[in-house]
Design a protein around this ligand. Structure first.
Ligand SMILES: [Zn+2]
Length: 91
């Protein structure tokens, strides 16, 4: 049986599936018995999932660039509109 400290140390590798079958079994048993480590495992896993999604977005540079360009264009319009309305007020 591993303790909480061992479990937390192994958690990264466990999520990345880098552990041996024996270690995986030990972590799995501990997570089954220990709510605290299980909560942390779930949190870590959800963070990983988020990072993975973000990385996939970045590996699609065209879509990303298009989105950045759109938001830059919107910003430019917003600034131009603000400038216009200000000069209207001045007149
Ligand atoms: Zn634990």
């Amino acid at each position: 049986m591993i303790n909480c400290r061992d479990c937390l140390l192994a958690l990264d590798s466990y999520i990345d599936r880098e552990l041996s079958d024996d270690d995986i079994a030990q972590v799995r048993v501990h997570l089954h018995d220990c709510g605290g480590c299980l909560d942390l495992f779930k949190f870590e896993e959800s963070v990983r999932r988020l990072v993975r999604v973000r990385c996939q977005e970045q590996s699609a540079p065209h879509a990303l660039r298009a989105r950045v360009e759109v938001s830059l264009a919107m910003e430019r319009i917003r600034i131009a509109t603000r400038r216009q309305s200000r000069s209207v007020q001045r007149d």
